[in-house]
Design a protein. Structure first.
Length: 549
């Protein structure tokens, strides 16, 4: 039998509504869990009784109306008992709890008046109406294409109305409402025995959302993420089908449509079949790859080709399953398609490094802008590093140096570049670039001074010291600079009008000066050097250390 708590879930809304209109009088508990009352039904009053067990299940009942079924009078009595128990329980749990004015008003408001007020409120607040329907509307177990379309349309309209754009908070609200609204639809798709029909309705659902996204400008990526997670969950469900024959039929139907059709494919469908592959098991991936492989064979025979973006996606499938060598001719490189070309060359590299090298050089020669060559230089660098071709590797490092300036690469270029003239031009370009960068990018001093040290150009290093040279860099080469020209080194340090460095670095340099120069020299150089940012502090630091030594 039913419990009094779940009565409203066991009867139709019409019966519940009729029962609520009946008047309950003199409801009493004559003994524990034995209840009696009078129920007024229009001009007639009926004597009604009900017995409950400790779990609140209805174990006995009677009504003067003489009905053999669980009548409206019993339903009204049961709901009244349930409500009184809720009130009592809440009262016991929340003794002293403040009751809001709205809650108090609801306890006394006439149901018809409340219904009229809500209908008027919903006309002006579509979002509230949608929330109400999601909570109290009829729970469906099946959905037609039209119902899915209408559900999404109404859900979007409840938040967006007639607006052509939504802010990030509004999109967040829309996604929240969509999640609630589509939950029963998603459950229906997952539980439907006809998986072909489920896929069809999933695509319908996703296309509807995509159409609204095209119509309305939406801030952020929250709706895209919602669609992606929905797709991942649904495809995972499809790929989990235990009947391998059924799964292969589903995969063949959808992938064959993609491979064979001349119709324009929607983005939703394309993402669905790609997700079907990428989230599949190794055997499922192999099955799809075989479908793609066989179709490419036919395309190669009749000279067909594809959009580069699609070829790039299929290349990943073909490569992952070991079919690239067989189908390599179909995946020829294309001008100005760097992402695709790099993937093709990396596949060629696995079996034919020489061909990969030639392909890289060919593309580099055809590119009109040097910035597009970086990816191909990386491949060549890998090839020459593995083959031990130092001269060519030095050439590649030289071509990339200004994009990724590392001291170790400069040394490698200097020691292995066989083109003396080109290296001389390269060296002048690098040193000029670094020197001109020191004002705006003091961190470049590390590389510039390291190159000067490598070439033993300490006089040029002394000439380069100014207010922007980091003190830590000066400390690194202080001994060599002092040995080259101790007077010029002292003047270079003394002439710095600003000291934008850490106190620890200044302590190291001040200590070095105090250990190499006599007190009179330092006093003459630093006694009146009390101007400029940090100069006062550094001068006092040098003189203090000089006196102690």
């Amino acid at each position: 039998m039913h419990t009094i708590q779940d009565l409203q879930q066991q009867f139709s809304k019409q019966k519940i509504s009729k029962a609520k209109k009946l008047r309950i009088r003199e409801l009493e508990e004559t003994e524990k869990d034995h209840f009696v009352c009078f129920v007024d039904d229009e001009a007639v009053s009926y004597d009604v009784a009900m017995v409950l067990d400790p779990k609140s299940e209805i174990t006995g009942y009677s009504c003067e109306c003489g009905s053999n079924d669980f009548c409206l009078h019993l339903l009204a009595m049961g709901m009244s008992i349930s409500e009184s128990r809720k009130v009592k329980a809440n009262s016991q749990r929340g003794t002293g709890k403040k009751v809001s004015g709205a809650e108090t008003a609801m306890q006394h408001v006439d149901p018809e008046e409340l219904k009229t007020w809500l209908l008027g409120f919903f006309k002006k607040n579509k979002d509230a109406e949608m929330q109400f329907m999601l909570s109290f509307g009829e729970k469906k177990e099946e959905f037609s294409d039209t119902e899915i379309s209408d559900l999404i349309k109404n859900t979007v309209a409840s938040v967006a109305g007639k607006r052509k754009s939504l802010t990030a908070p509004e999109v967040k609200k829309l996604v929240y409402v969509l999640e609630k609204a589509l939950q029963p639809v998603e459950e229906y798709l997952m539980q439907h025995h006809d998986k072909k029909e489920s896929i069809k309705k999933y695509l319908k659902l996703s296309d509807e959302i995509a159409a609204h996204k095209l119509r309305i400008s939406m801030a952020g990526t929250r709706l895209d993420n919602f669609q992606q997670k929905l797709r991942e969950r649904f495809v995972m469900h499809i790929n989990a089908v235990k009947d391998s024959g059924l799964w292969e039929e589903l995969a063949a139907d959808n992938w064959s449509y993609f491979l064979e059709t001349e119709n324009v494919l929607t983005s939703v469908f394309y993402k669905f079949i790609m997700e079907m592959y990428h989230s599949g098991s190794p055997d499922q991936k192999r099955y799809i790859a075989e479908l793609v492989r066989n179709k490419i064979r036919r395309w190669m025979k009749n000279g067909s080709t594809l959009n580069t973006d699609i070829k790039e996606d299929l290349l990943e499938i073909i490569s992952e399953n070991g079919f690239f060598t067989e189908l390599e001719k179909f995946f020829a490189t294309e001008k100005y398609q760097n992402s695709y070309n790099v993937k093709v060359i990396n596949e060629i590299l696995k079996t034919d490094p020489e061909k990969a090298e030639k392909t890289c050089k060919k593309i580099i020669d055809s590119n009109s802008n040097e910035k597009y060559n970086s990816a191909y230089y990386h491949i060549l660098e890998k090839i020459y590093g593995e083959t031990g071709n130092l001269a060519d590797l030095a050439y590649i490092k030289r071509k990339q140096f200004l994009e990724m300036p590392f001291f170790e690469d400069y040394v490698f270029i200097a020691e292995n570049d066989t083109d003396a003239h080109e290296f001389s031009v390269f060296r002048s370009q690098v040193l000029s670039w670094l020197k001109n960068s020191l004002f705006e990018y003091p961190e470049m001093a590390d590389l510039y001074f390291a190159i000067m040290d490598y070439e033993k150009k300490y006089k040029k290093m002394l000439d380069a010291i100014d207010s922007h040279t980091p003190t830590a860099v000066i400390n690194t080469y202080a001994e060599k600079l002092y040995s080259t020209d101790k007077y010029k080194f002292l003047m270079a340090v003394r002439s710095r009008s600003e000291w934008n460095s850490t106190e620890e670095d200044e302590e190291v340099l001040a200590g070095f000066l105090a250990s190499r120069y006599d007190a009179a020299q330092l006093e003459d150089s630093f006694e009146r050097k009390y101007y400029g940012f940090g100069s006062d502090r550094f001068s006092k630091m040098v003189l203090s250390k000089s006196k102690r030594s």
